[in-house]
Design a protein around this ligand. Structure first.
Ligand code: AMP
Ligand code: TRP
Length: 342
């Protein structure tokens, strides 16, 4: 097969589990909206097959899928400009994941830090799906020959594995450049938003403490309370960024502010240096509420129209299949699973 050039195509995925939070928003979804505004061809996927790598209540899962679709739309993703869909509705993801399970090496998967974090001490009892999760993620991206993947910094290692899988497949089957080498796009001011309770841990859906994160569904009072209670130190806001290096909680709050105000952390320090956190926190709460308030309102309105959401997802799946079906077909031909002797 001749070497191919790949046109720019964006792909990213978010799991429909638990509450989508400020880390997801600033690290990922806000970036999706910016990339869409630049006129890129883009697919944004609700990765429900990833979600079931840990048990999900079937009664709640579909509602979480709809809620994430509503969140995408409320944040500014537009189904007329981007393809919005859920992973389980496009069979190419699972088909290509199986192929990649046969390409990826156990040793490569053993190095994945997310598996170690999620499986914890009880590795023997984790699902095989949780272990093979990164091969499915590679399939998500490569089933569309996507070239750019906007994600938070925590997904960098999975992206590197995706590249390794693409390279190994292309080499093993001597199809130079059949799968592209996708590149991560990581938001500069919000690569990793940290927990409000512990500046050394990332803000996460699975943190048992709800006070550790701002959920997109939190109301104004709750946001103000969570910021007021956010852990900080005794020092005032410093003059320069290097002085934040050993103050993870302070650094996190400054970064959140900078990201929402679309400015640099040094601009925030110029404005607030010398001021105590008791002065800064209400300003931070205000800027969070003014950005998230309208989004929450729209999510709630959209959730009143479930048929509309389902239509967006169904149409999105049709478009997604139009792109991935021929790629899966070529992959099967390359593997010798179907007759390619024309
Ligand atoms: P997940 O909720 O794990 O499906 O993550 C969805 C997207 O949000 C991925 O691109 C993650 O990298 C990103 N993300 C999750 N948590 C954070 C965080 N604390 N800071 C920045 N980005 C995040
Ligand atoms: N693994 C990602 C996370 O936990 C979600 C994801 C699944 C994803 N497939 C993807 C992200 C493909 C980008 C591209 O956040």
């Amino acid at each position: 097969m001749a070497s191919q050039r790949h046109k720019k195509r964006i792909f990213s995925g978010v799991q429909p589990t638990g509450n989508i939070h400020l880390g997801n928003y600033l690290g990922a979804v806000k970036n999706f909206v910016k990339l869409q505004a630049l006129g890129n061809e883009a697919l944004f996927c609700i990765v429900d097959l990833h979600a079931i790598t840990v048990w999900q209540d079937p009664k709640a899962l579909y509602s979480s899928i709809r809620e994430l679709a509503a969140t995408f739309i409320a944040c500014g993703l537009d189904s007329n400009k981007s393809i919005l869909f859920s992973q389980s509705q496009v069979s190419g993801h699972a088909e290509l994941a199986w192929v990649f399970n046969c390409v990826v090496r156990i040793g490569w998967l053993n190095r994945m830090t997310q598996f170690k974090d999620k499986a914890g001490k009880n590795k023997e009892n984790a699902s095989v799906g949780l272990f093979a999760y990164p091969a499915l993620m590679a399939a998500d991206i490569l089933a569309y020959h996507a070239t750019h993947v906007p994600v938070g910094e925590d997904q960098k290692q999975h992206l590197e594995l995706t590249r390794d899988i693409a390279i190994k497949f292309n080499n093993d089957y001597q199809v130079p450049n059949f799968f592209p080498n996708p590149e991560p796009i990581i938001e500069e001011t919000a690569p990793r938003i940290m927990s409000l309770r512990d500046g050394s841990k990332k803000m996460s859906k699975s943190d048992p403490s709800d006070m550790s994160r701002i959920n997109l569904q939190d109301d104004d009072d709750l946001i103000a309370l969570k910021i007021q209670k956010a852990k900080t130190d005794q020092e005032p806001i410093p003059e320069d960024v290097p002085s934040l290096a050993k103050r993870p909680e302070a650094n996190n709050l400054v970064n959140i502010y900078a990201s929402l105000a679309s400015c640099l952390p040094e601009d925030v320090l110029n404005e607030f240096n010398g001021k105590p956190f008791s002065f800064f926190k209400p300003k931070l709460a205000e800027i969070i509420i003014s950005e998230l308030g309208p989004i929450t309102k729209e999510i709630n309105e959209l959730m009143e129209q479930p048929d509309e959401i389902d239509k967006v997802l169904n149409d999105g799946a049709i478009h997604a299949r139009e792109i991935s079906d021929p790629i899966i077909k070529s992959t099967y031909e390359i593997l010798g699973l179907t007759n390619n002797c024309k």
